[in-house]
Design a protein around this ligand. Structure first.
Ligand code: ACO
Length: 377
């Protein structure tokens, strides 16, 4: 039995998986063997979600059924909306999302995870309903009514519609859908691992996803995209980017949106997101935040390149969403809306050959201590 302790389980495989693969030295990310660049070029988020869950690209008929099933399950029950209305409006949308997803499971009692049909409909419901919950919360907290989804709109188009009550420009829909593809899956990250642990207890998928949402929230994981935009706003102008980076590194503070446990080069998702930023800004005008980000990346490459710390997926995504008028605290919920397909793919894979996660520990405490009565302490 191995006894070496690896903090953060760095380098320790926690599962055998055929869902995605990262080559951290070459900066390559594949979903089911297909590079993300190719998926962004040719696929849609929903088709990619199907690929992740079922291991192959759907036929035309299977894709049509998948899209229709998801479109028909976007609505959430009034009770879920009522529940959200009771939450404090200043609360973080990730907390509202986690609470709503946990509650969602109570409405769908098909909890026998050995039933493949139940599992299909749970996956459909979760992928379909997360955007409705995110958009509803964004409106309810301002005192506006939630907007019901429209079945005839595509997945990304409908999300914008529920958020803003307007149909977005097709370029935005296309770019946003690519963002969802890029956030859909990423091997054994913290939120996926959290979901696997919950899945291994044979808990229902709503509980699995609610636990993953909790793990995604932290600033060392999905929460970084919100902090990147805060950082760029704090820097304020492009000429202040280099001194800011120097001061952060001098003070041994982390630059948000930089560094990764696996990538030793620039995250391929950051490269694609940067291209998407340029596509968007060519049509809608540039973004001051983007110019600051370029300055941060340039100086960081000089100072952190030796440590192989480069921009990760969170560095450019928020800049895009900001230009689309999306509030910063919705960035991580949008990440969750996309990642739910990866979490569910790992959930199904775990169920196929389940073993309860129950790791060991290295005990570093004392033994045989006497109990000291309260009066003597
Ligand atoms: N800014 C400055 N220095 C950094 C950064 C950063 N963002 N990331 C790593 N480093 C440095 C560390 O200071 C450390 O230097 P040292 O060896 O001189 O002490 C070295 O690089 C290794 O860093 P660790 O934190 O030990 O690496 P780890 O693999 O544990 O961390 C992590 C990965 C948590 C993502 C880290 O890079 C980080 O905190 N980044 C900022 C937060 C962030 O962007 N998170 C999103 C990650 S992507 C995602 O989860 C979706």
């Amino acid at each position: 039995m191995p006894h070496d302790f690896m903090p953060g389980l760095a380098g320790i495989p926690a599962a055998k998986s055929a869902i995605s693969d990262v080559d951290g030295e070459r900066g390559v990310l594949e979903y089911r063997g297909i590079r993300v660049e190719e998926l962004c070029q040719h696929s849609s988020y929903l088709e990619t979600a199907y690929l992740l869950l079922y291991g192959h690209l759907p036929s035309q008929a299977a894709l049509a059924k998948w899209e229709t099933d998801i479109a028909h399950h976007r609505r959430v029950k009034y009770s879920i909306i009522d529940l959200m209305k009771c939450l404090p409006e200043q609360g973080h949308p990730m907390d509202a999302l986690q609470a709503a997803v946990a509650a969602l499971g109570m409405f769908y009692p098909g909890r026998n995870v050995n039933n493949l049909d139940n599992n299909y409909w749970s996956a459909v419901r979760l992928i379909a309903k997360l955007p409705t919950i995110v958009a509803a919360w964004a409106r309810l907290r301002r005192g506006d009514e939630a907007i019901a989804p429209r079945d005839e709109l595509g997945f990304s188009e409908n999300f914008f519609y529920m958020l803003t009550e307007t149909i977005p420009h097709p370029l935005w829909v296309d770019i946003f859908d690519d963002c969802l593809i890029l956030h859909a899956e990423h091997t054994m990250n913290a939120s996926t691992f959290t979901g696997l642990i919950t899945a291994s207890t044979l808990a229902d998928p709503y509980t699995v996803v609610a636990s993953s949402i909790g793990a995604l929230k932290g600033p060392l994981h999905g929460g970084a995209n919100e902090e990147v935009v805060q950082m760029l706003k704090e820097i304020g102008t492009a000429d202040r980017a280099a001194p800011y980076v120097e001061a952060q590194i001098h003070e041994k503070r982390k630059l948000m949106g930089f560094g990764h446990r696996v990538y030793k080069v620039k995250d391929p998702r950051a490269t694609i997101l940067q291209r998407l930023c340029e596509r968007l800004f060519n049509t809608c005008g540039t973004s001051q935040l983007y110019n600051i980000a370029l300055g941060v990346e340039r100086r960081a490459a000089e100072l952190l390149g030796a440590k192989k710390v480069y921009p990760n997926v969170d560095f450019y995504s928020g800049i895009l969403y900001d230009k689309m008028g999306i509030e910063p605290d919705l960035f991580t919920p949008i990440f969750a809306m996309a990642r739910v397909s990866g979490w569910l793919a790992h959930w199904l894979e775990q169920l196929a050959e389940n073993k309860l996660f129950r790791p060991d520990q290295i005990y570093a405490g004392e033994h045989n201590r006497p109990y000291l009565p309260l009066a003597q302490r």
